[in-house]
Ligand binder design. Structure first.
Ligand code: ATP
Length: 333
């Protein structure tokens, strides 16, 4: 009869939905396939992602969230509505309350856009919560004690670094450098070095299967196909870990710098706690090979990858939903 509360990790790359009492019930890519001429939504999520880079002229596969914020409002709304209808949580008598996670430095205008999309998709009361805080909770950290916890959440569009204590963010930074930029660096490298054009899914395959960011810690190879820029014909090349390590060096150093700056701004007592407890990595980007080792070496503190890093935010919404009535008023927009 009554709607169940739901938590949404509205990500640049993936949308995960957690339903109170049920766990994670949806995990699909944030992609929508649209008919350019009629503006009609054709496919959403998994089905739409299969179309990326493979659509005929009149069909477009859109990723409505860019850099962790809404780039295309109408398409985001259509996507949210599709996913919420799919999980079928609306009660006969009530609409669900929704807890939605967003990056730390989003503007009031962007917050309003997310809230409107959620309301139009059938939400009753919308709560917004900062992504790194929820990620830390989902990774099993007890952030409510008076001690320092540091989390680095590396998603598709943004990397959020935060030091948390007593349930709140003490110091934080959010940068638009994450998984998508790594894919783009790889794509540009292949273009420049081999004069070969590849799609973003191929670039992501390279990142997952051969890339590393910690010196000489991986030696894999992969055969990839693309279009030769000179002849225009299909061509296959072999790509190795060492060259991708070089291609990703600059991008990954931006994340290291951001983490260092947050540590520099952290009160000394909390820094001491971080040395004891270590830094937790969450988000899909946490699985980038060698990133934990590189960060441990650069930050001089232990670094651990959370269990199921891509699910941490969604799991965290589940834990917060249990206490939704106790959330501070300023979380309600
Ligand atoms: N094994 C892996 N190695 C490296 N990167 C990976 C791996 N698996 C997934 N990723 C990357 O993780 C990113 C998606 O992570 P996630 O789902 O946490 O992002 P998101 O929450 O949608 O994004 P954001 O938080 O920026 O809105 C993608 O860029 C994907 O390529």
């Amino acid at each position: 009869m009554f709607a169940r509360d739901i938590g949404i990790d509205l990500g640049t790359a993936n949308v995960l939905i957690h339903v109170k009492g049920k766990g994670i019930v949806l995990n699909e890519p944030s992609v929508v396939a649209m008919d350019r001429t009629s503006g009609k939504v054709l496919e959403v999520g998994d089905a739409a992602r299969k179309m990326v880079g493979r659509t005929p002229g009149n069909i477009e596969a859109i990723r409505p969230l860019k850099d962790g914020v809404i780039a295309d409002f109408d398409v985001t709304e259509a996507m949210l509505r599709h996913f919420i209808n799919k999980i079928n949580v609306r009660g006969f008598l009530s609409k669900p309350r929704m807890l939605i996670c967003c990056p730390t430095n989003i503007t009031k205008v962007e917050q309003k856009a997310i809230k409107e999309a959620a309301e139009k998709s059938g939400g009753k009361r919308i709560f917004l919560e900062e992504e790194p805080k929820v990620a830390a909770i989902g990774a099993g950290m007890d952030i409510f004690q008076p001690s320092g916890n540091m989390v680095i959440d590396i998603g598709g569009g943004t990397t959020d670094v935060a030091v948390l204590s007593m349930g709140d963010v003490v110091t934080a930074s959010s940068i638009k450098m994450a998984g998508d930029k790594f894919d783009n660096e790889i794509l540009q490298y292949i273009k420049k070095e081999y004069k070969l054009l590849i799609g973003e899914r191929t670039a992501e395959d390279i990142k997952i299967n051969v890339a590393t960011v910690f010196s000489k810690s991986r030696s894999e190879e992969i055969d990839i196909r693309g279009r030769d820029m000179v002849s225009g014909l299909p061509r296959t090349i072999t790509v190795y870990s060492a060259e991708i390590e070089d291609a990703l060096k600059e991008s990954v150093s931006v994340i290291v710098q951001s983490a260092k700056q947050v540590l520099e701004r952290t009160p000394p007592e909390l820094s001491a706690d971080i040395i004891d407890r270590g830094v937790i990595l969450t988000g899909g980007g946490a699985m980038l090979h060698g990133l934990d080792q590189l960060l441990a070496e650069e930050l001089k503190v232990p670094v651990l990858v959370a269990e199921e890093p891509m699910n941490c935010v969604a799991k965290g919404t589940g834990i917060m939903l249990e206490n939704i009535d106790k959330l501070p008023k300023n979380n309600i927009v």
